[in-house]
Each structure stands twice: as structure tokens, then as C-alpha cells.
Design a protein around this ligand. Structure first.
Ligand SMILES: [Zn+2]
Length: 202
């Protein structure tokens, strides 16, 4: 089922996700719906807060992005990221590695906004899968960026918090508009929002 996506201004986007203690039917259904919603919105990642649930749960799929490569090791073994997608990460913890780099990001909760964001080139995530297995994912390239963006969401941190202050100031009227729309109850229906298909949105 395709869910509506919460737009910037909704307080749930600032809420830290609760740890998932039991992977039950509700969590399995939620993860399946989040994957379907992410795909419908042409996003590469979606956090539970973005569909209105403050939980430590995120889904990721970078397999359709050809111009921004990703690398991935699963439990220390090289895997083809395209084959490993979609990922469902439950209760993730991350370690950042190596130098940082700038790269353009969008966010499904901020229609039509994108900006350069500084992120670590490499990230290691420890998380549980839907099957309850503990996995270690070492990510590089776009996947590293997406994992960091989604991990932030799970802790109530948004990409605007990491924007250069001049860029954020230039976006202030658009951000206010999103907040006002959100306050009036606006939600994003992925199948209606073809304008979301711009760059890499997470
Ligand atoms: Zn986002």
C-alpha cells in the first residue's frame, strides 16, 4: 500500500524514533508499505518518521541510480549493491569513516528542494534485518550518503540542519511555505507528485 509522506513542518520529523523490540506483523507490513511508497515516489530512501511513525526503521534502494555509484560490503563481503536492494534497516547504529565530500541531496519530505550536503565518504551500519538477523553494512558512494541521511531522520535530524547557512537562508521562504502547508494538513501522495522526480531524493 502506498502511504502518504509527511511534509516538512510536521513535528514527527523532529521526533527520535523508538527502538523496535519485536519484529512483528505490524513492522513487516510497515516495511513493505514503506518500500512500495519509496518506489512510487522515486526515492532512494525513506525513514519511518516520513510516513508518520517515530520508529527506528528505514528502507533504502539505490539500485535505480546509475550516475552515482555505490559500494557495499555485507558482513565484510563485497556484494553488488543493486542485488542487495531494497534494504530494510531496523535499529541502525552507524560509524562514519574517512574524509567527507559534498554531494547533492533532496528529501521526499521537502518537495522541490535540493542542496549540497557534506557527508562522510564511507559509513558502517550495524542493524537488524526484517528476519531479525544482525548485519554489518559497509557503504561507500551514494549508499553511504543515503544511510547517513536516513540515520539522521531516525534521530529527528533533517538535511536542512546540515546545509550551509547561506543556502538555508536562500531557501527560507520556500521552507516557510512547506511548514504552512503542512500545518494546514498537507501530505504528499507519491502517485500524484510526479514533480518529485528530480534528483536523488531520500
Ligand atoms: Zn529525507
Amino acid at each position: 500500500m502506498i502511504l502518504s509522506i509527511v511534509q516538512y513542518g510536521d513535528p514527527i520529523l523532529r521526533t527520535k524514533g523508538k527502538r523496535i523490540e519485536k519484529i512483528d506483523d505490524h513492522i513487516r507490513e510497515l516495511a513493505a508499505n514503506m518500500i512500495e511508497t519509496m518506489h512510487a515516489a522515486h526515492g532512494v530512501g525513506l525513514a519511518a518518521q516520513q510516513i508518520g511513525e517515530a520508529l527506528q526503521l528505514t528502507v533504502i534502494d539505490v539500485s535505480q541510480v546509475e550516475d552515482r555509484p555505490s559500494t557495499m560490503k555485507l558482513n565484510a563481503k563485497d556484494v553488488d549493491p543493486a542485488i542487495a536492494m531494497p534494504l530494510v534497516l531496523i535499529n541502525p547504529e552507524i560509524e562514519l569513516r574517512g574524509p567527507t565530500e559534498m554531494g547533492v541531496e533532496g528529501c521526499l519530505s521537502f518537495p522541490e528542494i535540493s542542496a549540497d550536503i557534506e557527508r562522510s565518504k564511507s559509513a558502517i551500519a550495524h542493524a537488524q534485518t526484517l528476519q531479525g538477523d544482525n548485519v554489518e553494512i559497509e557503504a561507500g558512494g551514494l549508499l553511504s550518503r543515503v544511510i547517513q541521511h536516513e540515520f539522521d531522520h531516525l534521530h529527528g535530524i533533517l538535511f536542512i540542519d546540515r546545509m550551509n547557512s547561506a543556502v538555508k537562508a536562500a531557501l527560507s521562504s520556500r521552507l516557510k511555505r512547506l511548514q504552512n502547508e503542512s500545518r494546514r494538513g498537507k501530505r504528499i501522495r507519491p502517485e500524484e507528485e510526479q514533480s518529485l522526480v528530480t534528483e536523488t531524493t531520500l
